[in-house]
Ligand binder design. Structure first.
Ligand code: BES
Ligand code: ZN
Length: 923
């Protein structure tokens, strides 16, 4: 273990930086194995710091220190380290520090004496080895290209620095390197100078005119091709847009470029935000720990979120690319111009930016579909995190390794919290609030509180109780009871909230929860939704969807639950209405409300809220599957209620404009979501029950699925309008149902689709069906797919992931065999995620095999990854954290593997934190 007891960092210990950096000039003499860095910092004591310590402590790890030079102005050294030529002369210079003037530790450089009254210039030279860097943090090599990843604390692996987001400075970066090896030399900002050097070398200087923290620094050097376009901003400025990729990927950049232009326009239209440099660059790299990174003016992307061609990328890939390009672009204002004071405030930029990219995607495609997909992810994955040993608030108060806090909670729940503010203040109020936030804090490093303060001030509301969402972990349970009084013609809803304890937080305070409600008459028409006078809605809360004019009653209301329990009364109801509550999923809570199957089927037919309409179907299916799970567990025969079949039939018989939404209405809750609902997770019972429902529906509605398949199956490869995307989605949903019938006709149909497909959506959908069936041509199809696509890394990732998530009995043996496949590489995160990640996170049936082979396999890989890439290793531990949700046998097996992981030699902070917290006694 690197450190017997890794240190915990606390939010409460935050203090302002002791020194300020006014500017930095960086020089890189690039080499794959020995890159020399010189950093010339202009510093001064921070007058705001209360600290008595007069030493200067800079962070730095894993590097060779060559020289330190401190120029306080009294003894000018005359050495101009700014010029690339004179840079690397070996002899000592005036003002070089001697060994007794500084202390170099494992992770810091401490300079004992620095001027306290005036500015001084500190120059540090060091060297690093990018090729040996398999952790992919700092400067590393990816397929022959040098690139950086500095968020959160990677800059300290490049050179000694004040590596914290509230130290912002002006960067000038000079890159020097061999012309053939590194023809393209990129960094943040504008290219201000370049030149040639002897020995076939050249140099480029980049200057970023905006102050930024070092986590937004980037450099890229290598043999890259550039795809170019242009965007004219609302004020008429021309921006150069450049996407850099490897040569063979130049034909896969069109969609990313179009997405960037869409995002730029959207941010102008919706938030009034314009881009601020003359150049916007995106580089796609094949080795990347995350999805993408918003470095100022020079985004670095995982190739997965840039490259797309109709025959290589699915419709869902296309959608994700647009979303991620948007996300990183939106960070330019929410993250870069205004950044985080410290890493506890991560949700300030990530939660808000995820909210922005969700809305962007919703506006571009289907709002209903996007909302459902986001809620699905939140409820299956974030709710699990919130209920497990690693539960933390969206603004955590302690961490060992910050990389472990780029979580679903900080991101997805963080976005829900921003969305709730949006719901509370309305669209116009939210825009006023964001305008004020940008105006107040441009150029600053701020906190989540500053964001909420701006929303409060712009809307003249009180969000003090709402702030608890930032500090309290756990998913609140919202319980709803209803009572209709026919004589008074009123409906009362009693809402109560309760949040279970989470580690370190035994007791919870009530939260401020916005609950959107609508009422339906028995014939499916909209019932008036009018709260009685004094009916609890605050004057600021907009009544959503009400038509103008006084006579029309509101179509829906926004209830604000702030107490543990509150009663809301609706009037003028001549008959008992059906309640549609938590519309649009207006708060990230678990809703508990007793509903009959008939009532759910009714809402599935009539609810005007697209989210709740889908949700009614999910609950209906969920209730039915729960019953079947119990039957399966006690060995009874399973029978699917005719209500379920009739409900799906009814959906199938209606005309739908939005075919993607239609497909979602036909989809059953996932095995992972069903597991979330169970006391003790039984993966086999869940799988058996859910498959049984799919088979029953396929048998009883076969003709309808067949007809729908035929009506929507056509060759529209290369078309990405919502019509074509919807037709592919609904057709492939039908194919998936039909495949449950396991007959010759269906095998032919899927094989035919596989062979004839000219787009990846159809090819992949067919192969998925083939792999998850005892299809006679399975191996042949897998082989031909591999053969066809072996030159396309991202497609081969799909090939690995598909086999790893198969429900067929051979899945585990296949995974083991694939680990030995020549195309598998533990050093490539995309490959690790597609094989090990997919098996452990998307194959509950086989990963949780009762003999523990899945757990042992995963632990083996985590131990191997711990030294290679701690971030990826720690992400893989995620699949073991929910061990308390399983039966005793599996609990013991998982616990054994977690304990084994804890004994890993030289265990990283990343893995240590997740594994130790997983094993810790529960609160
Ligand atoms: N700033 C992050 C990327 C990041 C996070 C890099 C942590 C290094 C460490 C970026 O803006 C981000 O959030 N990317 C997401 C994708 C996004 C669409 C949610 C990612 O990489 O998964
Ligand atoms: Zn982000």
């Amino acid at each position: 273990m690197r450190d017997a007891n890794p240190q915990t960092i606390y939010l409460k210990d935050y203090t302002v930086p002791e020194y300020l950096i006014h500017s930095v000039a960086l020089n890189f003499d690039l080499d794959d194995e020995n890159t020399r860095v010189s950093s010339r910092l202009t510093l001064s004591r921070n007058p705001a710091s209360q600290s008595k310590d007069t030493a200067l402590t800079l962070s730095g790890e894993n590097m060779k220190l060559i020289r330190i030079n401190l120029d306080d102005g009294t003894n000018p050294s005359g050495a101009d380290l700014h010029l690339p030529e004179g840079l690397w002369a070996g002899q000592p210079r005036v003002n070089d520090l001697s060994k007794d003037q500084y202390l170099q530790t494992q992770d810091a450089l401490i300079i004992n004496q620095v001027p306290q009254q005036q500015r001084f210039v500190l120059t540090i030279e060091n060297s690093i080895n990018p090729k040996a860097n398999t952790a992919l943090e700092g400067l590393y090599l990816s397929s022959g290209m040098l690139c950086t990843q500095c968020e959160a604390e990677g800059f300290r692996k490049i050179t000694y620095f004040l590596d914290r987001p509230d130290v912002m400075t002006l960067f000038t970066t000079t890159l020097v390197g061999d012309k053939d090896r590194y023809p393209v030399l990129l960094s943040n900002g504008n290219k201000v100078a370049q030149g040639e050097l002897p020995d076939n070398r050249h140099w480029v200087t980049w200057e970023d005119p905006f102050n930024k923290p070092c986590y937004l620094f980037a450099l890229v050097a290598g043999q890259l091709e550039c795809v170019e376009d242009r965007f004219t901003t609302q004020s008429g400025r021309d921006i150069d847009l450049q996407i850099f990729v490897e040569k063979h990927d130049v034909d896969k950049c069109d969609h990313a470029m179009q997405s960037l232009k869409n995002a730029m326009l959207w941010d102008e239209q919706v938030y009034g935000r314009e881009y601020d440099l003359d150049l916007y660059m995106i580089v796609a790299v094949s080795h990347f720990n995350m999805g993408a990174m918003e470095n100022k003016g020079l985004n670095v992307f995982n190739t997965k979120f840039v490259l797309a061609r109709p025959d290589t990328a699915t419709d869902s890939d296309y959608e994700h690319i647009e979303g991620v390009i948007g996300h990183e672009y939106f960070h330019n204002w929410t993250g870069n111009r205004i950044t985080c004071r410290d890493w506890f405030q991560l949700s300030l930029k990530e939660g808000f930016t995820v909210f922005r990219d969700q809305e962007f995607t919703g506006d571009r495609a289907s709002k209903a579909v996007k909302r459902i997909e986001d809620v699905n992810m939140l409820r299956t994955r974030q709710f699990a995190e919130d209920a497990g040993p690693l539960a933390h608030p969206i603004r955590p108060d302690a961490y060992i390794e910050i990389n472990n806090f780029y979580t679903l909670t900080v991101y997805e729940k963080g976005a829900e919290v921003v969305r709730m503010i949006h719901t509370l203040v309305g669209t116009d109020g939210f825009r006023k609030g964001s305008d004020l936030y940008f105006e107040r804090h441009d150029g600053q490093a701020v906190t989540c509180d500053d964001f909420v303060n701006a929303m409060e001030a712009a809307n003249n509301i009180d969000l003090s109780q709402f702030r608890r969402w930032y500090a309290q972990a756990g998913t609140p349970v919202l319980t709803v009871q209803q009572h209709y009084d026919p004589s008074a013609q009123t409906l009362t809803l009693t809402l109560s909230q309760n949040c279970p304890p989470t580690p370190g937080q035994a007791l919870k305070e009530p939260l401020h929860i916005p609950v959107t409600v609508g009422l339906l008459n028995k014939d499916g028409s909209v019932a008036p939704c009018k709260l009685q006078a004094g009916g609890e809605t605050s004057p600021k809360a907009p009544t959503v969807g009400s038509r103008p004019g006084r006579i029309n009653p509101p179509l829906q209301s926004l209830l604000q639950l702030t107490q543990s329990e509150q009663v809301f009364t609706f009037e003028n109801l001549v008959e008992q209405p059906v309640v549609s509550i938590l519309r649009g999923f207006s708060a990230p809570v678990k809703l508990v409300m007793e509903r009959s199957l008939d009532e759910l089927a009714f809402l599935l037919s009539y609810d005007s809220d697209t989210f709740n309409r889908w949700e009614a179907g999910q609950q209906l299916a969920g209730q039915i599957i729960s019953g079947l799970i119990a039957d399966w567990q006690s060995g009874r025969d399973m029978h699917v209620s005719p209500i379920m079949v009739a409900a799906i039939q009814q959906v199938l018989e209606q005309p739908w404009d939005d075919l993607s939404y239609f497909s979602l209405l036909l989809s059953l809750p996932s095995e992972t979501y069903l597991a979330e609902q169970m006391q003790v997770v039984d993966v086999e019972a869940i799988h058996a029950a859910r498959e049984f429902v799919l088979l029953t529906l396929a048998e009883q509605l076969e003709a309808k699925f067949q007809a729908l398949y035929r009506n929507n199956h056509r060759d529209e490869s290369g078309q990405f309008d919502s019509g074509a995307i919807g037709r592919r989605r609904i057709k492939n949903t039908c194919l998936s149902y039909l495949s449950k019938l396991e007959n010759k006709h269906i095998y032919q149909l899927s094989q035919q689709q596989f062979n004839q497909a000219k787009n990846m959506t159809d090819q992949m959908a067919a192969l998925t069906v083939i792999v998850n069936n005892p299809h006679p041509a399975k191996q042949q199809c897998l082989d031909s797919f591999y053969h066809q696509w072996q030159a396309e890394a991202l497609v081969i990732d799909k090939w690995f992931a598909l086999q790893a998530s198969s429900s067929m009995p051979e899945a585990f043996a296949t995974v083991q065999a694939l680990m030995q496949h020549p195309a598998f590489d533990l050093k490539n995160p995309n490959r690790v995620r597609s094989l090990i990640g997919a098996f452990s996170q998307s194959n509950p049936l086989h990963f949780h095999a009762a003999n523990g082979q899945g757990y042992r396999f995963l632990a083996d890989q985590i131990i191997a990854l711990n030294t290679l890439n701690p971030q990826i290793a720690s992400r893989m531990v995620g699949a073991l954290t929910s061990w308390r949700r399983f039966d005793e046998g599996r609990q013991a097996l998982i616990k054994t593997q977690l304990e084994r992981i804890m004994t890993t030699e030289a265990i990283s902070k990343d893995v240590y934190e997740v594994a130790s917290k997983s094993l810790a006694q529960q609160a």
